[in-house]
Every structure is written in C-alpha cells, then in structure tokens.
Design a protein around this ligand. Structure first.
Ligand code: PRX
Length: 648
C-alpha cells in the first residue's frame, strides 16, 4: 500500500495536538449518552428528550427520544430574532455577476411567506412535497419552509429529467412541487418547468405546482394547478414553527444503489440536525465572521447538510453560486473567491482536478489570501490533486479537510477535525473518525482486518446523523445496510486503516459508480439506456478517468429493426430527455450480443474484464451464479463481439 508523501508540517498555522479530539473521541465511544447529551445543546429544543438513544428496535435507532424541536427555527428564527438579524445568511451570485444578499431577517420573512402559502394550499405536517430548482435563494427557502410546517420534502437535483422526477414523486407521493421556469447552466437556459410538466404526466399525486420566475422564459401554465411563486407569497403573516418530534422525518433524498430504482434515504429532525451542526464545527472550525463556501449543488446531500442546514444552524454566512466554476472563463471560481473574500472553500476532487488542468496561472492571477481552510468531498482525492490544492490554492497555509461520508450518514463521519484538535494530515487520507464514529475494516466473513489490509468499511455503533430509514422499504434498509454484518452499518466502500489509525478510502465495493463525485448506479444507467426505445440490452460499468474519477462505459445491443442513422446520438438524446444529462454514458459501444448467464443475467463484470483486457486467472470470481464453462464461453464470445465492433 502506498500512503502518498510524508505527513506535512502544519505547525506554521496551527497548534498540532490531538488532546481535545482524543478526549472527545474517548468520551463519545465509552459514554456516548453523556457525550451526545452535551452535543445536542447546539440546538434549541422546545422540550428535552427522555433518553438520548433507544436501541430497542435495532437497526432502527431513535435519537433524543421524545425531544421536540423545529429545524427551521434553529436555522432561521433564533438568528433573525437575535444579534445576527442583519447578518448575511446567503450571498447569492450567478455566472453573470448578479448578486443578492439575504440577511437572516430577510430569510425569516421569505421562509414565513412561503410556509404560509404552503399551508394555504393545504399542505400539513407529514405531507410530502418535491423541490426541483436551480441554485437560487428560493431553493433553501423552500426547504426551510417545508421544515417549518413539518412537511417532508424531497429535493430533486436539477440535472435529472422527467422520468427520474416522476420516479421520485411516485415513490414518496408528493402533493406539491416547487420549481422554477428555468435555470442557467453555462450561459444557457435549462427549461426546468418543462421537465416537471412531462414528469407530472407520469404521476398522480401532485395537485399543485409553484413556479419561481427566474429566467423569464415562456412556460406552460395549467389552470388550477400551477401558480407563480411571487403571487402566492404575498401574505406577510408569520407562521408558528411546528413542534416536531426528534424522530419525525425531515426530508427524503434519493440516491443510487445496486438496483435500478433509487433509494429514498429518510433523515429525521433531531439526530440529523445535531450531527451536521457539530460535524461542521469539529471538521472546519468556522468562525463567526467567516464566509463559508460549500461549492456543491443543493441537490445532493452535501448541499442539504452543508449549504443549507448546518451553516444556518451555526449562524454563518454562506456563498451560494448558480453557475459553473469555469464559466464564462476558466478562472471564474478564483475570481469569486477573491471578490467575496471566502474564508473556507469546500468542493470535490473532480472540480480540483478539472481546475488544475487549466494551469496555475489562473489561480495565481487572483488574490486568494482570504482562504483559511480548504475541504473536499465525494470521492477519494489523489495525492497530486491534494498537493496542488494545498500549495497553489491554499499557499501551503490551509489545512485540507478531506471529509468522508454518504447520503445515508447525514454528515461527515471520517475527517480531519481542526475544531477539536489537529493530527498531521496525509494527502489522500480522510484521516481519523469523528467523535461517535466507531469504524472497523472487515473481510467478507466479518473478521476484523489488521492495519494495512484492504476490506469493507463498517461502522459498529449508531450515530445521530444516520438516516432513520428508507422510504417504503424497511426490508432493504435492514438487508442492505445492516444485513451483511449484523446490526453494524455497512458503508459499501473499501478502505484500509494504516498503522497510525488513518483511513484511506478506496472506492465502492458494489455496483455504484462515482462519476465527478456523483453517485450513479450501473443499473440505473442501463434502465436509462433501455428507456430510449432503441436499446434491447445494456451492460454498464465504470472505468478510471483522470478528471472525473470514473467514467461510464456502456455496451448495448440495439433492438432489431432499429433504423436510426446515428444510434449513438439517438441513445444520448433519449437518455438526456428521459433521465437527464447526468446518466449519459461517456462511451456507448454497439455490439450484436452481450454475455449472459443461462438465467439471462447480463455478466457486467465479464464485459468489463474483456474490455479492459484484465481476465483474472481465477475467473470464478468474475461472476457468481455461473459455471466456469459458461464464463469461459461468454468471455470468448464477447471477445469476438468486441473485435467485430472495433473493426467496423
Ligand atoms: O464512495 C464514497 C464516496 O462517496 C460515496 C457517497 O456518495 P453520496 O452518498 O453521493 O455522498 C457524497 C457526499 C457525501 C461514499 O460511499 N466518498 C464520499 N466522500 C469521500 C468518498 N470517497 C473517498 N473520500 C471521500 N472523502
């Protein structure tokens, strides 16, 4: 195993020492109830919990049992009615440099107005609503308004298309959708309302659509169903926040797994809010007057937890950017950091690698001296990118906070924690577990592996940020996450723990890809390919990509009688139209047949092995449920297919 270069000396800018961390970690593991009792007071509660943790129905854990709170109150009201009332909650900016500053008091008024409108439209505690929006102020406002009245929201990333939207609405039974006429991406308008219109043809539960006028593009308005946002938020009367139980659901976020259908990860109110607010403090040590820039999309968990809820709970000022980092010019992100004097930047390794490719002169031509801390998330960061980020962006002055976590974990679980002590960093390692997190590396049989050996990353003890379940799928929640190793959380990732106790994440152990940090299921892409109407069979896998981490490779068999002159374009357009650009494969290879088991299962790993010319000696590891003969035959047949496809 390589561990990258030696740990870097950080004494110049901080005081190394793990004292506080070690104490907190020890307490969190030995006396968790006492530890969390303290951690929970980062929030205001209407009434205190009876017990910190109820494990009587494992693996359904209940945190802060019978505690009552409102997350919107904690994120907005207490600042809006206190000393931070005139402080900026968000500095919003777009690609053209348009800017909007919303103070905590302003946010409070906006959230109340929308909460009132939602109530008037009949939305009550426990109802589900969907949000499909560009990165504009109204997006966090919609999430907060839902949280205020106890409606459970599902926010759908704006890169998804109509069928993906419909799938999510149908799974959670959303009654109302909040969207916009469109959003901007690289100077072009993305017609969001149009996708919602098409999605609603495939759903039955939605009664009302609220549309923010953002781009000014023409939209189709369905009488009695569609309302302009600015028309419905006129009422200025305040709305009392709903007293939510700590274990009531706050939101559902769909994420890719090993099946075609995305899983609806449900997060609760109390445990989730306690976890994200504490982890942001522990990991990044944000200061009162910082400008925090979590440069993710709100459509993913990173945005939910660390653009919206955690920074607001802590009363921070966030930069909210609608646009691309390298548009209109490759130095856009550096320009914005210099202009807004961001103190902390939190982004993905893919973004860093893409920006690195443009060359050093772009960051060099801007004053980035406001930066104090840098962070990354979403995929392993290779030491080269880590060092570039550290040296060229942080001038070798800023620690790199490599946060490992997942949609299901709610917030960071393994990460440097400069708020509670400083261990030397190692480029490429997410370092040590945060307090409360008890990781272990296990082999297939549940045996703990020693330092230096690769295995599955498993977390032994529950923690408050852990999802409270999967929407409509108790069985999958149990079997996928707590079935492999009984009542221990299975992350689905490979990792190594080194001799110093540092964790090195090594990618997914399942059929999930990480493309530009986005989590994409291979079967999800196959379904999208089949939805185009001209594909009869599809096999999808990932291959390493220098910038994106992984790219999507697909092999397809066309339906007989397909007449399309350029089937690859037809397939790409079909995927874009139905499921959105995010699921379009980087490579589409057309072949006459795909290797399958006798029972008809496509042998995805054999396609990959033949394509990459990497057939292992022991081929039985390639495919379960198929005989050696079957596999050999499949390999030979597919080799011929590949040759024919290449010769064409
Ligand atoms: O494989 C791990 C990778 O991202 C997966 C979770 O993806 P998602 O639920 O979309 O959440 C992404 C944002 C939290 C994990 O199973 N991953 C996330 N962070 C890291 C990482 N891999 C290595 N290092 C990280 N810091």
């Amino acid at each position: 195993m390589t561990e990258g270069p030696n740990p870097l000396p950080f004494d110049s800018f901080m005081n190394p020492g793990l004292g506080k961390y070690s104490k907190a970690y020890k307490e969190s593991i030995e006396t968790p109830e006492k530890f969390y009792e303290g951690a929970a007071w980062i929030l205001d509660w209407y009434s205190k919990w009876d017990s910190v943790l109820d494990k009587s129905n494992e693996p359904y854990y209940k945190w802060f049992v019978n505690g009552k709170l409102n997350v919107c109150y904690n994120a907005v009201d207490r600042h809006a009615n206190g000393n931070r009332r005139n402080k900026a909650a968000y500095i919003w900016v777009d690609e053209k440099g348009n800017e909007k500053i919303v103070t905590y008091r302003g946010l409070y008024k906006r959230v109340n107005a929308l909460a009132r409108a939602l109530r008037e439209m009949g939305i009550r505690k426990g109802d589900r609503i969907a949000i499909y929006m560009p990165m504009i102020i109204e997006e966090p406002v919609a999430m907060l308004a839902a949280a205020r009245i106890g409606a459970v929201f599902t926010l759908i990333f704006s890169g998804f298309g109509a069928e993906a939207i419909a799938e999510r609405i149908n799974d959670c039974g959303a009654r109302l959708v909040i969207t916009a006429d469109g959003g901007y991406r690289r100077g072009k308008i993305v017609p969001l309302k149009e996708s919602v219109d098409r999605a609603l043809e495939l759903t039955k539960t939605v009664e009302t659509v609220i549309v923010v006028k953002h781009t000014g593009s023409e939209i189709n308005v369905v009488e009695g169903r569609d309302y302009w946002y600015h028309d419905v938020v006129q009422d200025k009367e305040l709305v009392e926040p709903e007293r939510m139980d700590s274990n009531d659901p706050l939101f559902i976020l769909y994420t890719s797994g090993t099946t075609g259908k995305p899983k609806g990860v449900v997060h609760g109110n109390g445990g989730y809010a306690v976890w994200i607010a504490n982890t942001l403090k522990w990991a990044f040590d944000p200061q009162e007057n910082d400008r925090w820039w979590c440069a993710a999309d709100i459509g993913w968990i990173t945005g939910h937890s660390y653009i919206v809820f955690a920074p607001l709970i802590l009363g921070l000022t966030s930069i909210l950017y609608e646009g691309s980092f390298d548009y209109p010019t490759p130095d856009q992100i550096w320009k914005l950091i210099a202009y807004y004097e961001a103190d902390i930047l939190y982004t993905s390794p893919t973004a860093i690698r893409a920006l690195m490719k443009y060359g050093d002169e772009y960051p060099k031509s801007h004053n980035l001296s406001s930066l104090r801390v840098l962070g990354t998330v979403g995929e392993p960061i290779n030491p080269v990118a880590w060092e570039w980020y550290y040296e060229k962006i942080g001038s070798s002055q800023c620690p790199i906070i490599d946060t490992y976590w997942q949609t299901e974990t709610g917030g960071f679980v393994i990460s440097p924690a400069i708020g509670i002590g400083v261990a030397p960093l190692k480029p490429g390692s997410a370092t040590l577990p945060l307090p409360g997190i008890d990781p272990v590396i296990m082999d297939q049989d549940g045996k703990e592996l020693p330092a230096g050996e690769k295995g599955f990353l498993v977390i032994r003890k529950p923690w408050p940020g852990l999802m409270i379940g999967l929407n409509n799928d108790d069985e999958k929640y149990r079997s996928m996450y707590f079935g492999k190793f009984k009542n221990m959380y299975f992350t689905g990732d490979y990792a190594i723990k080194d001799k110093d106790g540092y964790y090195w994440l090594l990618g997914r152990a399942d059929e999930v890809l990480k493309v530009s940090g986005h989590r994409i299921g291979t079967i999800e892409v196959e379904d999208a390919l089949l939805s185009t109407g001209i594909v009869a069979e599809a096999g999808v896998f990932g291959k390493p990509h220098q910038v994106k981490g992984e790219s999507i490779v697909s092999f397809v068999v066309l339906k007989s009688g397909t007449t399309s002159e350029s089937p690859v374009d037809t397939i790409k357009n079909g995927v874009r139209h139905n499921f959105g650009p995010i699921l379009i494969p980087d490579e589409i290879h057309i072949v006459g047949s795909l290797p399958k088991t006798r029972s008809g299962k496509i042998m995805r790993r054999i396609i990959k092995a033949v394509y990459q010319d990497q057939i292992p000696g022991d081929i039985t590891t390639l495919e379960s449920g198929a005989s050696v003969e079957e596999i050999k035959e499949a390999i030979e047949k597919f080799r011929k297919e590949l040759k024919m496809a290449n010769d064409q």
